[in-house]
Design a protein around this ligand. Structure first.
Ligand SMILES: [Zn+2]
Length: 709
């Protein structure tokens, strides 16, 4: 232990002498810096004998050690000239001056300084240390300083400028932190970035700020860095929403870090972000099984999260869908405003006391689905992921006694997956494993034994809304089991699924203001979902609605039964168009659940025609896409057409259409006209059902008006 006055002497209180009563007296560093008088503050700065409290009789400032640190780094921030910071920038590979300023870097006339922080029990931050360094030298701590997190600092309040983003990046060391912060900001990502002062130092006091966050650790490519990263994971497991870490590519030099990346990529943020994203993994540490647990460790039975934890505002109010639409339209080209009804309706549906609702949100890249889905990331009762791997969903690894699996964190919530397409490109084994876990999860119970005597067991349900491209169609075409728990909604741009020029133009317009867009969309999504819903608020389902939904469900069940050509080997076994009752029942429930959710979103007392139209579209989109398009085309063409005309209309290859029609002939949906070369008619009862359900009426009207014109 040093002298109680060391920290004061280090930060500009000079000429300190001890008075007979034990107190210390010296020159005030801030008064002295004033230009009007050199005498200012001389011998007016009093320090108590234990060094804990100080008081300047000239400027009137006083406080404890923390306050002294605050005043000191704030004064240093103000004192650093542009020239000082430019000099530092040059010695640090060109880190921008504004980055240095954002992280609270200052200059005291001799040395550069920046603060580090610890969280207090009240949840606020206090400076725990001021680190000092000369150009090109390593920073050192102040006497008696405590290791805290290094973070951006508000130039106004001189407190940490933490935005509360869902994702927090943890870097090793201040320079990596600043370089990464600069890279993210340069591409419009406003995520919080913090730095630990050293690989082995993670301040436990700051753990609460990571609660529920998606934390990404970017430690150096060396033994201390990787060991530190692992320890940080241990500390954060069970607290955070998810963990990812950097796994540097083989062949990179020992000690390679974010700052090296910054230098190598000449501060090009976009390419840094691309490289780092490629190195990220959520895989737990393989060798990190806790042997002390010994024997069976159960995943336990996770219960629904306490709504209070998810901060639903008990006084939250209904938000008018027109207002919501206007907010989204400001940023996104929403050709189909019902996208909002489907997404918010699904989330509300999953908060109701009914079976879970799982929905694929199908659309091409760039159609706006990702922005829409990710806008829900700060809404209550929602868990957002960018993708899925089979290791994250359930993990057999033990972190201490914590379960790193994602699944228990989803229970009682709606899981928003930005891009489910990644699952489809996994090898078949991995993909089947994910779907098998999901199928059990849908039914409310998952149990999975692991080789290391670990058994994970979960009970409870959750909803899913997952973005996916139309790759899902070919992936599920021959394997109904894969997607059968999901209903679908498909984005359409005037008949054809294409990214229109407007959409691309809008995306370009938004580029420069991306972070503002994200924040605004997050705000509105949170506002929409931040209200309690009770059974008495569920809309009424009128009889006509139920009748049409039952027929719709039966229709979709028939269409899902359309056999795949490859399995059809010429045998003329009896196949009938009877709907599979089990599937039809489940579909009918799912459609009604979504309708109720949409009703809650729209504030309806009773479900209406508009809601039915959305449900009818979901029904059509849930059918296998090729069969559905062929039937749609046949219906719109008046219920009778040749294979060639349907092929022209749908733009499917002639042979594809021929096979689909032959299959549907066997199922009794269509009938081949006698004596014609491949002309088909819709079976009368099918035609009648389609008409009654009104699923193609709008396309019908639109096409016919087009033909007349
Ligand atoms: Zn003073």
């Amino acid at each position: 232990m040093g002298n109680p006055t060391d920290i004061y002497a280090q930060h500009g209180v000079d000429n300190i002498t001890r008075k007979p009563d034990g107190e210390f007296i010296g020159n005030c560093p801030w008064c002295r810096a004033r230009k009007d008088s050199k005498k200012h503050g001389a011998n007016t700065f009093f320090i108590r004998a234990d060094g804990e409290v100080w008081d300047c009789k000239t400027c009137g400032k006083s406080g404890n050690v923390n306050k002294f640190l605050s005043e000191t780094f704030a004064a240093n921030m103000n004192r650093a000239s542009l020239g000082d910071l430019k000099e530092l920038s040059a010695s640090r590979g060109g880190l921008q001056v504004r980055t240095l300023k954002a992280w609270g870097v200052g200059f005291n006339g001799k040395q550069f300084t920046y603060p580090s922080w610890l969280m207090q029990q009240s949840g606020t931050f206090s400076p725990s240390d001021i680190r000092l360094f000369r150009l090109g030298k390593k920073p050192v701590s102040s006497a008696g300083g405590h290791a805290g997190l290094i973070m951006p600092v508000s130039s106004v309040t001189k407190l940490p400028a933490i935005k509360g983003s869902k994702t927090i990046w943890v870097c090793e060391g201040e320079w990596d932190g600043m370089a990464w912060y600069e890279a993210l900001r340069s591409v419009g990502i406003e995520d919080d970035v913090v730095a630990v002062p050293g690989a082995g130092t993670f301040p436990g006091k700051c753990i609460p700020m990571f609660q529920g966050k998606d934390v990404v650790t970017l430690y150096d490519n060396d033994t201390p860095g990787q060991a530190g990263q692992k320890r940080t994971w241990q500390k954060l497991t069970g607290v955070v929403g998810s963990l990812r870490r950097i796994r540097w590519e083989n062949g990179l030099p020992d000690g390679y870090d974010i700052r090296d990346l910054y230098l190598e990529h000449k501060a090009d943020g976009a390419s840094m972000v691309r490289v780092v994203n490629g190195f990220l993994t959520s895989e737990p540490y393989a060798d990190h099984v806790d042997s002390s647990a010994g024997g069976t460790v159960s995943g336990g039975i996770a219960s629904a999260p306490d709504p209070a934890l998810d901060n639903i505002d008990p006084d939250g109010r209904w938000v008018n869908p027109d207002e919501v639409l206007a907010s989204y339209k400001k940023w996104l080209k929403l050709d189909q405003p019902e996208m909002l009804d489907v997404v918010f309706g699904s989330v509300f549906a999953n908060r109701m006391d009914v079976d879970p609702l799982w929905l694929f949100f199908v659309g091409p890249p760039g159609c706006g689905k990702s922005e829409l889905l990710m806008s829900l990331s700060s809404a209550p009762m929602v868990h957002c992921s960018t993708g899925i791997t089979n290791h994250t969903l359930i993990s057999g690894m033990n972190f201490g006694k914590q379960d790193p699996s994602l699944l228990p964190k989803l229970i009682g919530r709606t899981w928003i997956v930005k891009d489910f397409t990644t699952v489809l490109s996994l090898n078949q084994l991995a993909r089947d494993e994910i779907f098998s876990v999901l199928r059990d999860a849908y039914d409310g119970r998952v149990e999975k034994p692991y080789g290391n005597m670990v058994v994970r067991r979960y009970e409870g349900r959750f909803g899913i809304v997952a973005g996916v491209t139309n790759k899902i169609d070919s992936a599920t075409a021959g394997n109904a089991v894969l997607g059968e728990r999901f209903i679908r909604w498909r984005s359409r741009h005037k008949g054809k699924v294409l990214v229109s020029k407007d959409v691309i133009m809008q995306a370009l317009d938004n580029l420069s203001e991306e972070s503002q867009m994200r924040n605004e969309l997050k705000d509105i999504a949170r506002k929409v979902l931040n209200r309690p819903i009770e059974r008495k608020h569920y809309p009424n389902i009128p009889k006509w609605f139920k009748e049409r939904v039952v027929e719709l469900a039966q229709w979709v069940a028939v269409m899902r039964g359309v056999i795949e050509r490859e399995k059809f080997t010429g045998s003329t076994g009896v196949i009938s168009a009877k709907p599979q009752p089990e599937i039809a029942t489940r579909l009918a429930k799912q459609f009604c659940t979504l309708a109720l959710g949409i009703g809650v979103y729209r504030g309806l007392k009773e479900l209406d025609e508009y809601t039915y139209k959305i449900i009818a579209q979901v029904g059509c989109d849930t059918c296998p896409d090729r069969s559905e398009e062929v039937i749609r085309s046949l219906y719109i063409l008046g219920g009778r057409a040749s294979t060639k005309i349907i092929a022209d209309d749908t733009r499917f290859p002639y042979d594809t259409v021929r096979w689909v029609l032959q299959d549907m002939d066997l199922l009794g949906i269509v009938k081949r006209e006698k004596g014609s070369e491949g002309s088909y008619v819709l079976h009368k009862p099918v035609h009648a059902v389609l008409k009654r359900m009104k699923i193609y009426e709008e396309d019908h009207a639109w096409r016919w008006s087009g033909l007349k014109a």
